[in-house]
Design a protein. Sequence first.
Length: 193
Amino acid sequence: MWRAWRGTRRHPVDSMGSERLGGTNRSHHRVAKRVGVTFRSRGVRALVLLQMDEMDRLFAVWRKAKRLGVKLPVTRDPAYRSVDLLMRHPLRACRGYLTWLCEVLDRPDPRVPDPPEPEKVAAQGAAYLKVLAKAWEKHVAWMPTKGLYSVTVYTSRWGAPMTVEAMFEHAVAHPMRHRLQLEELIAKTRKRR
């Protein structure tokens, strides 16, 4: 009954239970395009794919906002001084989440370069997203499921207590929040025209 309900198409899984990127994906997201990395944990794989998909979606919305000349709200947050700084912020954060995870899990420094400077984000941002995706795949594919669900609490760089799973989930939600903000600002900009 369970197999019949699930259907016959399955992701390729090796004998260790690892899953290869690029298996059947019925969602509307573009997550299946990253192929060739074996993850020990399906949970880690899912969170990496979701995060990079959200980063891609944010970048597309950001480009639209930039093209439309969206004005950001006045705030003390330095990331909101310009639309270019606003996009550089999640690019830098995505890198920072990975370096933090490697640091707290005693893994080698992933040596991901800094994101492009704000004035170069439009021209170099898409290429940098590919660098980030490869770095995440390379540096967390080793992680077993028990590592993801460990209850050990670490301190984030901004002082919040975080488990490994909480940091992964934060990395997924962060670009979603900025995308929603930009989508709302785009809607307001269009209403004014």
